[in-house]
Design a protein. Structure first.
Length: 368
């Protein structure tokens, strides 16, 4: 299970890295296109005998493509080898170099140096103070080199022009502001993460099943609904209820009832992975929050149901015990909140009971 969870986390990280690289290429193409259009429109003044288009679009565009291609190739190789930290250093370096090329192209613009803050702000993505320090140090070095090089080439003409000094001051101010802002946000994010972990560890577990309790279920359900509204990440609720549980308790005693619940726990643990969240809602009723689709969640519930039936056949305390399941996929356009959503899942569970028990039912709007 730990290996599966680690693989899923790495898969998410790799997917997000590829999205960042894609956005990087979109920015490169967009900037090059805008520069070309401005040159064609005559926005830039000609500098000597050099072509304006050549100076502001072709040369920088080639540099952007070279840096972007190198970063993408190296990142791809590092990600395939799961060298994530090295990939992070590579990406932040590439972004800073792209900003340096743009600054060198537009050194006369007062706001050009502020681009060196971009690489620092992007280090927030990695939640790592070491990468933040690297981004700050590297951008300070690149900013200094840019100023020295540009100052050297403009020294013969007009020494270090006031505009260049003003640009440097603006850039240093932007770097300092971005560094402070990123540091404070990173500390805030890490603090929230620690608080979440501490809160999660403080949630009491049900002593019999070792699953989280009733209150934890509603808290996590609210979190899932909020995530679905914010990011569109869907989820499903599976409600499981042992059939004729009161009869088992009455005829065979509470020991048999506990054995039936523990058998259901065993069936759930054999089927679900660690990314699914299981709760003891109350009595013999268990709830599972899953990121699977409605049909896949129904298949998961069916697998738990059949596994439970097989396990109880060999049980001396609860032979032939069965379980019913109700499944419901959250749809923000259909459910206003957790009450309506939970009621729909409960309705699916009642429908399973009405169909003769020992079945799984997926809630639908037509049936509900």
């Amino acid at each position: 299970m730990d290996l599966l969870l680690q693989y899923e986390q790495e898969h998410v990280y790799i997917s997000r890295c590829y999205k960042l690289l894609t956005m990087n290429w979109i920015a490169v193409v967009f900037v090059t296109l805008i520069e070309s259009l401005l040159c064609i429109a005559g926005y830039y003044e000609a500098s000597g005998s050099r072509s304006v288009l050549f100076t502001y679009a072709i040369i920088p565009g080639a540099a952007y493509a070279l840096i972007g291609g190198a970063v993408s190739l190296i990142s791809w190789k590092l990600l395939t080898r799961r060298r994530f930290i090295s990939q992070a250093y590579t990406f932040l370096t590439g972004v800073s170099l792209l900003c340096a090329v743009f600054t060198w192209t537009h050194y006369n613009s007062d706001g050009a140096y502020t681009l060196f803050a971009v690489g620092i702000l992007l280090s927030l993505y990695y939640y790592d103070f070491t990468l933040l320090r690297f981004a700050i140090s590297f951008n300070v070095v690149i900013c200094t080199i840019t100023f020295v090089v540009l100052g050297y080439f403009t020294f013969i003409r007009d020494l270090i022009s006031n505009s260049l000094v003003d640009s440097l001051f603006t850039g240093v101010s932007a770097i300092c502001a971005a560094s402070l802002l990123t540091y404070l946000l990173l500390r805030r994010q890490n603090g929230l993460l620690i608080n979440m972990l501490d809160h999660h560890e403080s949630i009491p577990l049900d002593p019999l099943t070792q699953f989280s309790n009733h209150s934890a279920f509603y808290e996590q359900l609210d979190n899932n609904i909020m995530q679905c509204h914010n990011s569109g990440q869907g989820f499903c609720l599976i409600m499981l209820d042992i059939d004729d549980f009161q009869c088992i308790n009455t005829v065979r005693g509470h020991k048999a009832g506990d054995a039936a619940i523990l058998t259901l726990v065993q069936a759930i643990n054999e089927v679900v992975c660690e990314t699914e969240e299981v709760f003891r809602y109350g009595g013999d009723e268990l709830a599972i929050l899953t990121r699977l689709s409605g049909n896949d969640s129904l298949l998961c519930a069916e697998t738990i149901r059949t596994t439970f039936s097989l396990l109880t056949r060999n049980s001396s305390l609860c032979p032939s015990a069965t379980v019913s399941a109700g499944v419901c996929a959250f749809d923000p356009s259909m459910f206003n909140g957790r009450r309506e959503f939970f009621a729909a899942a409960d309705e699916a569970l009642f429908e399973a009971k009405r169909r003769g028990k020992n079945v799984s039912v997926l809630w639908s709007k037509a049936a509900g």
